[in-house]
Design a protein around this ligand. Structure first.
Ligand code: FES
Length: 61
């Protein structure tokens, strides 16, 4: 789960994207139809990731 300001822009596979929500979940199962975000597909896949914590985040220019 990331907690970044709404409207933050970033690049994903060369495509510029904009955060629509201040809090969001990133897909860790690889099955999301809306990568890089989680769309709930992990439930159907039976994916259960380990808990973790993102300690730092630095966007690349
Ligand atoms: S973690 Fe991949 S869809 Fe939720």
């Amino acid at each position: 789960m990331l907690d970044l300001p709404e409207g933050t822009t970033f690049r994903w596979n060369g495509k510029e994207m904009r955060l629509e929500k201040a809090k969001l979940a990133l897909c860790r199962c690889g099955g999301s139809g809306n990568k890089p975000f989680c769309d709930g597909s992990h439930k159907e896949l039976g994916f259960q990731g380990e808990a973790g914590e993102l300690e730092s985040f630095q966007a690349k220019p």
